[in-house]
Design a protein around this ligand. Structure first.
Ligand code: GLA
Length: 737
């Protein structure tokens, strides 16, 4: 009775406020969240609560959106319960499966029921933002569901805001970003597990009754063991070019959790959000708890199309300078580690120039005086140049780079501290560390407490000082090598449950300040390799470091994995000495399918190899618009074959580049042609093999010939061989007749 009367009251409010309705008959309140290809339908049921009625391919006929009935379940005793696909299911209600939100109210009550209040829909620059306000009928608790749709890119971004006016703080025990439901014959989850040097490892499994949880509890360096994205094949396993696939990713640089639960009726619910592990969050009245953004696409043509949509969306809307160009670089980490001085760096800058790259990037080891950073036990936190190594400091390095004719970039890891540092001596209370237990260290360092605004000021000041004193510093590599260990914040006092969340928010406060003041400074996100790879951080970074593992054989898999969610432009890849048994060509061709850099002593190269490398840099720069901004087609998977091929098609389909790699083919194995994609079938394209060693002839039999796009897509090119660790790069250009 009570529920019914609430529904009637709210029903009156709906009519007055709802601008998001596609249909508004007397007994139907429907909110339609659409892209050009996908519809998400939410409906207010007669009980006044909001339910998902549909998520799938966009419905052609507007009238069909009213056809759905909200789901209810029949108990074994024949009783009908209102349990259905509640849009943001609450804890303590009649749904006995995993909820989206858990609240301990100020009076200790642990149940929440959310009723529809009103909603709005606004479109700005083609992006539509739907806000749906829900409210508990017994407690002054409000929840706003947000959906932002990018119609052309078929991407939906969703997040939730929670606030209350209770007399005392409430405790949030769960706070998902969103909740989505599916009803398909079968579900196949692809997860991306990881570790240092083993990033983005794809494995697929079928989901059956019960829960599969993918989560991380690492705090910072949070994605070290698993990345914040997943794919679900709906009905059939995920395939590259066919089938329905949900591809989702959470924009959160801390602990995250994806829960996939198949219930007794075979429905799948997907619940992405911050991991509430050790994070019962105390929320004061009037404060808004904003969850991270969950970004997803539903592809009806396999993961390939989903990736292309996400990549295009990221360049346009999310990635820092997503539409801008990227700098090639020479880094010194793999070459020198901590062992360098000003003279050596000046020489490496000249080598960078000789190689033809845009920038020299100085890595770890340049700072600390009382505790010079001669190894990873010292100096983190003390961001002044080590006078014994670099007597002229950063200004001297900037000048040397100018003399050499390259730009200068620098490594920092400002969220961390070594106990051997002046910072730790001066501010032990700025560090996350247990007051009453033995401390354990990860890479000999501890994490600064970024939930403390004073620490945020300090970290911002690290970047601000370098850039304000040296405006010619052109780039940062921002590292984060440790998870949070010894979890305890002197600043949070009795609100330790807020630490994991507020720490990450503190990191964002700093990054936002840096970005606001230095919007044009490109930055690489690094975390002991690729342990930070999420779309919230990437609002502030132009690219991320995929892995310290630069063995090209391994990189094939790592780059294939990350490409599922990120454009090549966001993925930094360097040519190094890892697996130097493979040729410099193979290593460089592998890095060239992403944002190209080098991290190698050029003295290791023969003159012929150096000449090759110079040519490859020049080719990459010339083809940057195609590789960085083109449409990517993953043609041949290293997971399915002993080879890999990836193609980029430039704007107007006038040009394309194909990277083909023979990873570990078997002797005399059957070699297939590679069929291309995305070309204009009516256009004619010249085929030219590039990135050849100076003395080598082209290996591609079709080199120098012209073919129609139709032929190239239906018949293909001979790009593979049975020779392990070899590669071919082919450029295609439309021939104007
Ligand atoms: C991390 C990074 C490396 C390098 C080192 C420096 O491991 O992933 O690229 O910058 O730190 O200490």
């Amino acid at each position: 009775m009570k529920i019914l009367s609430t529904a009637i009251l709210l029903g009156a409010a709906c009519v007055a406020n709802l601008t998001a309705m596609a249909a508004n008959s007397s007994d139907k309140e429907i909110i339609r969240v659409s892209t050009d290809n996908t519809d998400l339908l939410l409906e207010v049921a007669p009980n006044g609560r909001l339910y998902q009625t549909y998520l799938g391919p966009r419905l052609l006929h507007d009238t069909d959106v009213t056809n759905f009935t909200w789901r209810q379940s029949t108990g074994s005793d024949g009783s009908v319960s209102p349990r259905g696909w509640e849009a943001y299911s609450t804890s303590g209600n009649e749904d006995f499966f995993e909820p989206a939100i858990g609240v301990i109210h100020a009076d200790g009550n642990m149940s929440t029921y959310l009723y529809y209040v009103n909603s709005t829909q606004e479109t700005t620059n083609g992006v539509t933002h739907t806000r749906i306000n829900l409210r508990d009928n017994q407690y002054p608790l409000e929840v706003t569901l947000n959906y932002q749709t990018y119609p052309k890119d078929n991407v939906i971004k969703t997040w939730t805001e929670i606030r209350h006016d209770e007399k005392k703080p409430i405790t949030l025990t769960g706070y998902a970003s969103a909740m989505l439901y599916f009803n398909e014959p079968a579900y196949y989850l692809t997860e991306f597990s990881s570790d240092w040097a083993k990033e983005a490892k794809m494995t697929q499994e079928q989901l059956h009754f019960g829960k599969k949880v993918i989560d991380t509890k690492l705090g910072s360096r949070a994605a070290m063991h698993t990345h914040p994205f997943f794919e679900i094949g709906l009905g059939s396993p995920v395939q590259e070019n066919s089938g329905e696939v949900l591809m989702g990713t959470l924009g959160w640089t801390g602990n995250f959790r994806f829960t996939f639960e198949v219930d007794n009726a075979g429905n799948l619910r997907v619940i992405p959000g911050i991991n509430p592990f050790a994070s019962s969050y105390s929320l004061k009245a009037g404060e808004v708890f904003k969850t991270p953004e969950f970004i997803f696409t539903l592809s009806y043509d396999g993961a390939g199309q989903g990736s292309r949509d996400l990549q295009a969306w990221a360049r346009k809307y999310q990635l820092k300078d997503g539409m801008g160009s990227r700098m090639t670089l020479l880094n010194n980490w793999e070459n020198t580690t901590f062992n360098f001085d000003q003279n050596l760096l000046a020489q490496l800058m000249k080598e960078a120039k000789d190689l033809g790259v845009d920038m020299f990037l100085l890595d770890d080891g340049w700072f600390g005086n009382k505790y010079p950073r001669k190894d990873d036990r010292n100096g983190l936190g003390d961001w002044t140049a080590t006078a014994s190594k670099l007597p002229e400091g950063i200004p001297g390095l900037v000048d040397a780079a100018k003399d050499a004719g390259v730009k200068f970039g620098i490594w920092i890891e400002p969220e961390m501290v070594n106990p051997n540092s002046e910072l730790y001596e001066q501010h032990p209370d700025w560090v996350i560390e247990q007051p009453n237990r033995d401390t354990y260290y990860y890479r000999n360092q501890l994490v600064l407490d970024l939930s403390n605004p004073k620490v945020q000021d300090y970290v911002f000041g690290v970047v601000d000082k370098i850039l304000s004193e040296n405006p010619d510093v052109a780039y940062f590599k921002w590292d984060c090598n440790s998870p949070i260990t010894n979890i305890y914040s002197p600043y949070q006092k009795d609100k330790q449950g807020n630490l994991y969340v507020d720490h990450v928010r503190g990191v964002y406060n700093v990054l936002k300040r840096v970005n606001d003041k230095y919007p044009d400074t490109p930055m690489m996100l690094c975390s002991g390799g690729g342990s930070r790879c999420d779309y919230e951080a990437l609002k502030y970074f132009t690219e991320f470091w995929c892995s310290d593992n630069t063995d090209p054989m391994e990189r094939a898999y790592i780059q294939w994995g990350f490409s599922q969610f990120f454009p090549a432009k966001a993925m930094a890849a360097h040519v190094t000495s890892w697996n130097k048994n493979t040729s410099i060509k193979f290593r460089t061709d592998m890095a060239s399918m992403c944002k190209l850099g080098f991290d190698i002593g050029l003295h290791e190269l023969t003159s012929e190899e150096l000449e090759y490398a110079r040519g490859a840099v020049a080719n990459w720069k010339r083809l940057q618009p195609v590789i960085m901004d083109g449409v990517q087609y993953r043609l041949v998977s290293p997971y399915d074959t002993n080879h890999m091929a990836v193609e980029y098609v430039g704007s107007d389909r006038d040009s394309a580049v194909v990277f083909a790699y023979d990873l570990s083919p078997r002797f005399c194995e059957k070699i297939n042609k590679v069929k291309l994609s995305g070309l204009d079938p009516m256009a004619r394209y010249s085929v030219k093999e590039i990135n050849l060693m100076p003395s080598a002839d082209a290996r591609c039999p079709q080199d120098g010939k012209v073919y129609t796009g139709d032929y190239l897509m239906k018949v293909g090119l001979d790009l593979f061989s049975d020779r392990p660790s070899t590669s071919m790069v082919v450029e295609l250009n439309a021939v104007k007749s």
